[in-house]
Design a protein around this ligand. Structure first.
Ligand code: AHR
Length: 511
């Protein structure tokens, strides 16, 4: 059995990365490069949809073509919609049919007003143009099971039934075949309209799942989890495991200064590992044991298939820096770009557990991509995403890294005593005879000359670098100034490779 391992070494030791293309760990599900568009701030209106753009940047549907090009470049395979917290009061019926008849409604999650000029049919068309699959999140706040069933029927119905006919009447003859449906969003949160206890939610989720799968057995249902390591996750998985295909978790990393910002991401790695164990535990059927000290014994799995984790909200987000009700427009630093690269390394390293991951969010709101009426500009976080989505596909490879670790303040505090925070963070993938290795050197001071065991001297290596010597952790891009982007070079492998301080590097060679 191959594992992904890390050895913490003294600062003066030469770091090393050891890998072997034959030691693969799991398939990398391409859905980990998914996106998320919520009716929040300028994500939909002014982000992906802007019919009145003064510079003709929108097509006849009102879709921003520059945004579409970037998302196509990122090869975003799946997009979650319409929220997020927005879901909890969303009436999907308001967003279909003739635009002049669609009602405006108060929007409670982000204290706005929802004009409903962009709704289900527009989203489906937009996904088609981008080349992504839709993933819809059901309203388990004010919404009823009847509303949810009606939405599934509207999207997927192929018979002569009311909602399928309503879709046809709105000009969409063929069913959309929406496969992924989430059973609510963060229903545990005190900020939700209709916050639930875990017991109430689990009961309701089972009833909804039963009905929705009766209506359309082809759909995949995603349970509303929390952060992956909570009692909510344990309980809801335990109760609902038979009914679901994936378990959703959310985690935002953040830190006011560089190292805590970096260390915070490792909470996500722990979350995946703990959640994976909760899934295994929930699958076990227990029998009462005849022996007094061993209450229960495990017999057989409760669910035939093993649900995976759907990390459907992840990113760097400091809500003090970018409050949600003010549009959540983060202005990302190089440190954040490196954090996002570590996030993606974590997804590749833990590929066996991930069925999907959707970055929150795709445009303007805590996003890698920002729009102005004049065009789009790319944040520091865009470039690692692009490199991963382009090259980190296929199979995840076991990596052993020897590296110095960061010792100091971490956020959240518990990370420090749980996971060592490596200076070099690594993942690797093989696809179609190519080895790709992604390395973050988060050290603020030192470039790290590193031995790469498994790479022969003389091999031609493609090198892509984001950040590096010329930059500071706090550096940012802005409109007209994308100083942090991808630098591409070649390296004829010989001895150690030096990973520049504060950099993300992707090395790629033919096997
Ligand atoms: O992505 C922004 C918000 O963060 C989402 O609406 C919510 O689900 C989470 O709390």
């Amino acid at each position: 059995m191959t594992t992904l391992t890390l050895l913490s070494v003294e600062e003066e030791d030469t770091p090393s990365i050891s890998l072997n293309a034959a030691n693969t760990v799991a398939d990398i599900n391409p859905l980990i490069y998914g996106g998320f568009t919520e009716h929040m701030g300028r994500c939909i209106y002014g982000g992906l949809y802007e019919p009145e753009n003064p510079n003709n940047l929108s097509d006849t549907n009102g879709f921003r073509t520059d945004v579409i090009s970037c998302l196509q470049e990122l090869r975003v395979p799946v997009v979650r919609y319409p929220g997020g917290n927005f879901c909890a009061t969303y009436r999907w019926q308001d967003g279909i049919g003739p635009r002049d008849k669609r009602p405006s409604r108060p929007e409670l999650a982000w204290e706005g007003l929802e004009p409903n000029s962009f709704g289900t049919d527009e989203f489906m068309e937009w996904c088609k143009v981008v080349g992504s699959e839709p993933y819809l999140c059901l309203n388990m706040g004010t919404g009823t099971l009847e509303d949810a069933m009606a939405w599934v029927e509207y999207c997927n119905g192929d018979k002569d039934t009311y909602y399928a006919n309503l879709r046809r009447q709105n000009g969409h003859e063929k069913p959309y075949g929406v496969k992924y449906w989430a059973l609510g969003n963060e229903v545990w949160g005190p900020w939700q309209v209709e916050q639930n206890s875990k017991e109430d939610y689990a009961k309701k989720a089972i009833q909804w799942a039963k009905a929705l799968k009766l209506l359309d057995p082809s759909i995949k249902l995603i349970l509303c989890g929390k952060d992956g390591y909570s009692d909510w996750d344990r309980y809801t998985l335990q109760e609902c495991i038979r009914w679901i295909d994936m378990h959703s978790i959310h985690y935002y990393s953040m830190g006011k200064i560089h190292y805590p910002n970096i260390s915070s991401v490792y909470g996500a790695e722990r979350a995946i590992q703990v959640c994976s164990s909760l899934i295994d535990l929930a699958r076990c059927e227990f029998d009462l044991s005849p022996f007094p000290d061993t209450e229960r014994i495990i017999t057989k799995p409760k669910s035939k298939t093993r649900p995976t984790i759907c990390f459907d909200e992840w990113n760097v987000w400091d809500p003090e820096r970018a409050p949600g009700n003010k549009g959540g427009e983060e202005h990302y630093t190089l440190s954040d770009g490196l954090a996002v690269a570590i996030w993606l390394n974590i997804f590749v390293r833990n590929a066996k557990d991930l069925g999907m991951a959707t970055i929150a969010q795709s445009v303007n709101v805590i996003a890698p991509l920002m729009t102005t009426p004049r065009g789009v500009w790319k944040q520091t976080t865009y470039f690692p995403l692009l490199l991963f989505s382009k090259y980190m596909r296929g199979r995840s490879v076991a990596v052993h890294t020897r590296t110095g670790t960061y010792k100091g303040e971490t956020w959240p505090e518990w990370i420090e005593s749980t996971i060592p925070i490596p200076k070099l963070d690594v993942s690797a993938a093989v696809e179609e005879g190519w080895m790709s290795v992604t390395v973050v050197n988060s050290d603020e001071e030192k470039s790290l000359s590193t031995a790469i065991e498994g790479l022969k001297d003389g091999t031609s290596v493609q090198v892509f670098t984001v950040g590096g010597e010329r930059f500071q952790a706090a550096d940012q891009n802005s409109e007209g100034d994308e100083k942090i982007s991808i630098k591409e070079t070649m390296w004829q492998a010989k001895g150690c490779y030096t990973f520049e301080r504060l950099s993300f590097t992707l090395l790629r060679w033919k096997l």
